[in-house]
Design a protein around this ligand. Structure first.
Ligand code: SAM
Length: 292
């Protein structure tokens, strides 16, 4: 029974420990679902803090699992929380949290790849998640498609845990070995911030590699007005063979490489990784205009 004089945070704190929940509901981690759970409240609270003030936002958490981060997001005072979990074994554990959160929390049993956060959750929205590694990047690309259409009215921010290597590719700058298609796509649409790293031992069970949290804050307007389709097509070529000069790398597009480079004012002997995001996006914009 809820004691009405207790705050939500007090009631969340009174829940059984995550270890107890995992044992009670038999939530032995499944590799196929990318399950690496965070059991330390200090870490889940830290993720919530990096996502900013949650009080005016409807938060979407993908893959709540046994609910560690879920508890922190509610304790941080998010206006409403929608959690999307594929593993039906986690539902009873999440229902225990919902008993305390009431209408402030909604549990969706389903695949995040099929869930449309913009259509399902009213704005203003933030996505906050310790993502399953196997679908982390495809999910991000899907959400970026929503940002490409709606700018920052799709999401105020996305605070996401990835494998460290993916996080580094998101925030990478020109000249860095990690700078490539993912950096261009993310930075075309969002300000990208590298928040903090976690060693494998922070998770149960520990993954093979380190992880890192990044926050992407969608811009109101794209850096350059070009379609995602054209940008991805040109970047796939430009970074497909990283060591090649652009005049060779861009061969095979619907516009001859030398014409494209000349119209873009780019020296064809440069490699894609030497150009900044704005120049690369403009290259795709010129491609899109000529191709028409
Ligand atoms: N948020 C929990 C935490 O931090 O301890 C669990 C994070 S664990 C890395 C990833 C979670 O995503 C698991 O609970 C897993 O079952 C869930 N998951 C995996 N694939 C999913 C999908 N396609 N849609 C929704 N949830 C998924």
């Amino acid at each position: 029974m809820n004691n009405p004089s207790q705050t939500l945070s007090d009631r969340l704190l009174a829940l059984p420990s995550l270890k107890t929940v995992i044992n009670a509901f038999g939530l032995d981690a499944r590799k196929s679902l990318g399950q690496h759970f965070l059991l330390d409240t200090r870490i889940t609270d830290k993720i919530a803090r990096y996502a900013g003030d949650l009080r005016d936002f409807n938060v979407i958490e993908i893959g709540p699992g046994p609910g560690g981060l879920t508890r922190s997001l509610l304790a941080a005072g998010c206006r409403h929380l929608v959690v999307v979990e594929k593993d039906d074994r986690c539902l009873a554990a999440l229902a225990q949290i919902k008993e305390i959160a009431g209408d402030r929390m909604e549990i969706i049993h389903g695949d995040a790849m099929e869930f449309d956060p913009v259509a399902s959750v009213p704005a203003p929205r933030k996505i906050i998640a310790n993502l399953p590694y196997n679908v982390g990047t495809p999910l991000l690309v899907r959400w970026l498609g929503m940002v490409a259409e709606q700018g920052n009215s799709a999401f105020d921010s996305l605070t996401l845990m990835f494998q460290k290597e993916v996080a580094e590719r998101i925030v990478a700058e020109p000249g860095n070995k990690d700078f490539g298609r993912l950096a261009v796509l993310c930075q075309w649409l969002c300000e990208c911030r590298y928040d903090f790293e976690l060693p494998p031992g922070a998770f149960s069970p520990p993954p093979k590699v380190s992880s890192a949290v990044v926050t992407l804050s969608p811009r109101k307007e794209k850096l350059v007005d070009v379609s995602q389709d054209a940008l991805e097509m040109v970047m796939a070529k430009a970074f497909g063979q990283r060591r090649k000069m652009l005049r060779s790398a861009l061969k095979g597009l619907a516009v001859p490489a030398d014409v494209l480079l000349e119209k873009s004012g780019i020296d064809g002997s440069k490699r894609a990784e030497q150009l900044d995001v704005m120049t690369l996006c403009k290259l795709a914009q010129v491609y899109e205009k000529i191709r028409r």
